[in-house]
Design a protein around this ligand. Structure first.
Ligand code: ADP
Ligand code: MG
Length: 336
């Protein structure tokens, strides 16, 4: 097995509003290996972003608080680090790119200066070396004419190029881990594919591990090694990508697979959506399956007891009391 670089253990991140407690991330555990591409998938509000922000200790307090767990980075607990230590990790060893480039790019600084800032903070490079490296980085992420582009401002870039410059910025210090929080949702499909391709190349050349967060299972099918399906702040199914697509066990995973547009099916087949609303997390009772009110297999047991993750195959886990009743639907959705 590859080297473990990040171990999230029983992470709990809650939000407090007056007397109410919202369990945005509720007992989350996973292991990330060197060079792995892990996808975290779930509908809006399932706790994906909060789980990522928790790693870098960027959850706003108040109202957010990390209530428990460990986040071991090369064996050291990020939650125990002091401010100087966590700041040294952020941006150089663990980087994050966000959904909206416009929110992360500074409009009054050139793209080159923004990349340099990261290099000057975290390495002992001089300004002219850093600028040279910025040009290389823009070239690596596929921006044409990087020598000119490096001196331009974000507004002179298209959405796709802004997204790429964010990747360049995040990659500046060769991080071990790059967290991408829905980095392509604002882009059109062709540009999405290009950005993903670029991220994948960077992973292959630098051995960077990727945590790729998205609500769309289809986007990651080609790139992810492993998939975590999140619902209501918890992982409900995880496994190697091929297992998740070929042998899904959770009714919610089946719903997500059905929701992926398919070119090989006639239009009349329609695009499935999962019925009902994603859960309002402040209303999920602690002792039940969070998916129960949208699940056609749900019984009283699901409403009164919380299913735990259990092994269903090699490195494949699922939390559902009724997973053995899914054979027929699985056949329909996945074939064979
Ligand atoms: P996702 O990224 O999967 O769409 P999030 O991780 O952003 O979901 O949110 C998980 C839950 O935490 C949601 O119920 C959301 O309303 C809540 N939440 C996120 N950020 C805050 C915040 N700053 N204050 C209060 N609640 C928040
Ligand atoms: Mg999010």
């Amino acid at each position: 097995m590859e080297e473990k670089i990040l171990e999230v253990q029983h992470l709990k991140t809650y939000f407090y509003n007056g007397t109410s407690e919202l369990r945005a991330v509720d007992d989350l555990s996973y292991t990330l290996h060197k060079g792995e591409c892990m996808a975290i998938i779930g509908e809006s509000g399932s706790g994906k972003s909060v789980s990522a922000l928790s790693i870098l200790r960027l959850v706003p307090y108040p109202p957010g608080l990390i209530m428990g767990g460990k986040i071991l980075y090369h064996g050291r607990d990020l939650l125990e680090m002091n401010d100087a230590e966590i700041q040294a990790v952020r941006g150089s060893q663990i980087s994050m790119i966000f959904q909206e480039p416009s929110a992360a790019l500074n409009p009054v600084m050139t793209v080159g200066d923004q990349i340099c800032e990261n290099l000057l903070t975290h390495t002992d490079m001089k300004k002219d070396e850093a600028m040279k490296r910025a040009v290389e980085l823009l070239d690596e992420v596929g921006i044409p004419n990087p020598e000119q582009r490096v001196n331009q401002y974000p507004f002179e870039f298209s959405g796709g190029m802004q997204q790429r410059s964010m990747i360049a910025m995040a990659m500046a210090c060769n991080p071990d881990i790059l967290i991408c929080d829905e980095p392509t949702t604002a882009l059109d499909v062709t540009v999405q594919a290009q950005v993903l391709e670029q991220l994948n190349k960077l992973r292959q050349t630098h051995g960077t591990a990727l945590i790729f967060i998205t609500h769309n299972l289809g986007v990651v099918a080609r790139y992810a090694d492993t998939v975590k399906i999140m619902y209501g702040g918890k992982i409900v199914e995880d496994g190697p990508t091929r297992e998740i697509f070929g042998n899904p066990h959770h009714p919610y995973t089946l719903g997500l697979i059905r929701a992926v547009p398919r070119l090989d099916l006639p239009r009349s087949h329609g695009l499935h959506t999962i019925e009902g609303e994603p859960p309002d997390m402040s209303r999920i009772p602690p002792n039940c399956c969070a998916f129960a009110n949208r699940c056609k297999y749900a019984t009283d047991e699901c409403r009164n007891r919380r299913p735990e993750l259990q092994a269903v195959g090699e490195n494949h886990h699922c939390a559902c009391f009724h997973m053995d009743q899914l054979d027929e639907e699985r056949k329909e959705v996945c074939g064979a």
